[in-house]
Design a protein. Structure first.
Length: 148
């Protein structure tokens, strides 16, 4: 075998090994739920636990039930409850991020219909890793009247 052909085969094998090793970060969504709303209410909230195998950020959320979905953080400062919008939610590798009442959560604005217990709401969560690669995870969340 010629040295050029051998070199080409080695480069091909190395390229295949590198491309096989670069996997899309696995992201899991658990404990998801949406709080039921009252008739005429235009704002809702959704909660879930997000775990990623690698560092990534939740950068955008879409849902057919609301015109706008934002990441919000609730906190108490000097005895006053404050809520702030976050541009993104950074996720540490293998560390669950809990979106729950009283902390980070998803705010649903301009609801297209009331959120009724027993219904399901679909979300598309958009994540970006450090290489700016986007991953979209779709999840169905049950609507409940109280925190499970």
């Amino acid at each position: 075998m010629s040295s050029k052909l051998l070199g080409l085969l080695i480069m091909l094998c190395a390229t295949l090994l590198v491309s096989c090793h670069q996997e899309t970060p696995a992201i899991s969504i658990t404990d998801q739920w949406v709080r039921a709303s009252a008739e005429g209410q235009e704002v809702g909230a959704a909660y879930m636990t997000i775990t990623s195998k690698s560092e990534t950020s939740l950068v955008k959320i879409d849902s057919s039930i609301a015109e706008i979905v934002e990441i919000h953080q609730m906190s108490i400062e000097n005895g006053v409850m404050k809520m702030r919008m976050a541009q993104e939610l950074d996720l540490k590798a293998n560390t669950p991020s809990h979106l729950a009442p009283g902390g980070y959560h998803l705010m649903l604005f301009d609801l297209k219909k009331p959120l009724k217990a027993g219904d399901e709401v679909q979300f598309s969560l958009h994540f970006k890793d450090k290489l700016n690669k986007e991953t979209v995870v779709t999840v169905n969340s049950p609507v409940k009247t109280e925190q499970p």
